[in-house]
Design a protein around this ligand. Structure first.
Ligand SMILES: [Zn+2]
Length: 472
């Protein structure tokens, strides 16, 4: 029996954790009994460690506290810090991150989702509005990648239990753009979403969006008005912001004073005074609007009408000689009118101020390389949907190398424009809202009409616009 203490850990035990893990968490394995891995550490947060390691090592762990000196001896004796220094290691991760972002950018994707699960982490790209898995990362590498992202975006790396928001400016050659970073604690670690803010959005003009010729003419007519309110509705991700920016770009002249209040400011526009909403200091939409009205604006863009007070203030601004542009969460151009009335805007004020109501959606376009013709059958369409008589065939998505096997390539907006005529004004004022007859008579193209037109033209699939066609 020797009283010389040995720090050597048996090989089979030693292999259960990597050097990186040993040094990162300051843990050493002691035994594995009945599937439970027994570890020692000098890290005081045993409970936190227990949770994290159960996930990372993929087995139950039992951790005991040990002195710093003991742990250090075990580490030095058994594990070697990889020859890569920690700064080189960060650089390596930085390169991975750089590559990840560059690839996402090349694909034309708008968001990168990184999600830790029990065994591995999944990295998905959003392409034309839909998520698609691109990589998997081992659970042991993921925490380092998270730290790297958090360092670059100025977030607190030690805070893992609260959601955080930050920003990275990404540079590649002469290309430079912003990335919005958000973290969220989930069961197996922090989920990270990187939103790639495409500065090219500033270059998008109204002509590029997807309006038909008649629609764009009507729209341009409305935005030329010196006062009134123009509302764009649609769910999140329907491209409302892009339409607003393209509109502001067109209205942006030396002779006009344009103020915007946004949450968040997604893109910066030269020559336009953009203000960030700060609800934490009570600088909300109504407060900003009040301040704006003292700044002699011609055009005001309010990011979103979310509540009664904002609706009231926006209408008031529109009444007093300003053109107001905003977005609202409704499903159709018509629903916007009733939504505003629900928000306690008096019908007569609404009738006097509303200049145009638009609904929009983004629709993925079929990949021209692999789309495949199919005979049109009733069962391809939602129940009750009347298939246009002329439609004998339509196209379905297949997937090929050109479209990263999604079957789609690019998106375009479809619109539903409700121009406000004298007749409609009177109807709103008297609360006589029989919209079906009005739409019929005015021959307004609804979102559904525009969706089926894209199907008929072979531009998109029935599947892509199914929800719109089913909506009656
Ligand atoms: Zn394809």
């Amino acid at each position: 029996m020797s009283n010389v203490k040995t720090y050597e850990i048996p090989v089979d035990l030693k292999q259960l954790i990597t050097s990186n893990q040993a040094f990162h968490y300051r843990i050493v394995p002691v035994a594995k009994e009945e599937g439970v891995l027994k570890l020692k550490t000098d890290n005081q947060d045993i409970k936190g460690l227990q949770n994290e390691l159960t996930i990372i090592l993929g087995c139950p762990v039992d951790i005991a506290l040990e002195t710093k000196e003991e742990i250090q001896s075990y580490l030095t004796f058994n594990y070697r810090k990889t020859t890569v220094s920690s700064s080189e290691k960060l650089q390596y991760e930085d390169q991975f991150l750089q590559k990840l972002i560059a690839t996402a950018k090349d694909f034309g994707s708008s968001d990168i989702h990184m999600e830790p699960y029990e065994k591995l982490c999944r990295v998905r790209f959003r392409l034309d509005g839909k998520l698609k898995e691109q990589y998997t990362i081992s659970n042991t590498e993921y925490p380092q990648l998270v730290n790297q992202i958090k360092i670059q975006s100025g977030l607190d790396i030690s805070q893992k239990r609260l959601a955080q928001d930050g920003r990275i400016t990404f540079k590649e050659g002469t290309d430079e753009f912003d990335i919005r970073v958000s973290t969220m604690p989930t069961l197996y670690g922090e989920k990270i979403v990187l939103r790639l803010l495409n500065r090219n959005t500033q270059e998008v003009s109204l002509n590029d969006l997807g309006f038909t010729e008649e629609e764009i003419e009507e729209y341009r007519e409305a935005i030329k008005k010196p006062q009134g309110i123009i509302l764009i509705s649609g769910p999140t991700g329907s491209g409302k912001t892009t339409t607003l920016y393209a509109t502001l770009k067109e209205l942006n002249k030396e002779t006009t004073n344009i103020l915007t209040i946004e949450d968040p400011i997604e893109y910066t526009l030269q020559g336009i005074n953009q203000v960030q909403l700060r609800e934490d200091i009570e600088f909300d939409f109504p407060a900003a609007l009040r301040a704006f009205l003292r700044q002699d604006p011609d055009i005001i863009m309010v990011g979103e009408i979310r509540d009664d007070r904002t609706a009231g203030m926006a209408i008031k601004a529109a009444l007093t000689g300003h053109l107001v542009l905003s977005t609202i969460h409704t499903n159709s151009a018509w629903a916007t009118i009733s939504r505003l009335i629900d928000m306690k805007v008096p019908a007569f004020l609404l009738a006097n101020t509303i200049a145009m109501s638009i609904a929009q959606r983004l629709v993925r376009q079929l990949c021209p390389h692999c789309k495949t013709k199919k005979h049109a059958e009733t069962r391809d369409f939602p129940q009750g949907f009347e298939i246009p008589k002329k439609m004998e065939q339509h196209y379905v998505a297949v997937g090929c190398n050109h479209c990263y096997h999604t079957g789609y390539m690019g998106r375009k907006a479809i619109y539903e424009i409700l121009p406000i005529t004298k007749e409609l004004e009177t109807a709103i004022r008297h609360n006589e809202l029989q919209i079906d007859a009005y739409i019929e008579k005015r021959k307004i193209n609804t979102l559904q009409d525009n969706a089926i037109r894209m199907v008929a033209d072979g531009e998109t699939s029935v599947e892509e616009v199914y929800a719109l066609l089913a909506d009656n």
